[in-house]
Design a protein. Structure first.
Length: 119
C-alpha cells in the first residue's frame, strides 16, 4: 500500500456553488417552441395513411373481383347457367355474348346452292 500515491483532497474552487445556478441557466437557454411540429407530424401521418388507403380504381377492381367470384362459382359447378342468367338484369344480352364468343363464324357457312334442297 505504500507504493500507491496519495491523492490530494478535492477542493472546490472559490465561489463555485454561488456561480453554479447562473451557469446552468445560461447553458439552458430558452429553446424555440416547436409545438406546431407535433401537429405537423400527426397531420403528415394521417395524410400518408389517407393516400395509402385511397382507392385507386374501385369500380374496375370491384367488377374484376365480382367476375372472378362468379367464375369461381361457375367453375366449381355450384351455380348453373340458369342461376347466372337469373341474377342478370338482361339475360338475353348475356346469351348473345356467349353465342358470339363460342360460335364465331368466319364467313357464310351455307352457300346458295346448298340451300336449294331445303325448299
Amino acid at each position: 500500500m505504500s507504493k500507491i500515491p496519495k491523492i490530494k483532497d478535492f477542493k472546490t474552487p472559490e465561489g463555485y456553488f454561488e456561480k453554479l445556478p447562473d451557469q446552468i441557466i445560461a447553458k439552458t437557454k430558452q429553446r424555440p417552441d416547436f409545438k406546431w411540429l407535433k401537429y405537423a407530424a400527426a397531420a403528415m401521418i394521417l395524410i400518408s395513411l389517407g393516400f395509402w388507403q385511397w382507392p385507386k380504381d374501385t369500380a374496375g377492381s370491384e367488377m374484376l373481383a365480382l367476375e372472378s367470384e362468379v367464375n369461381l362459382y361457375i367453375d366449381s359447378q355450384y351455380w348453373t347457367v340458369e342461376d347466372v342468367l337469373s341474377l342478370s338484369e338482361n339475360p338475353n344480352e348475356i346469351l348473345e355474348i356467349i353465342i358470339e364468343e363460342e360460335f364465331t363464324f368466319s364467313g357464310e357457312k351455307w352457300e346458295e346452292e346448298d340451300l336449294i334442297w331445303i325448299q
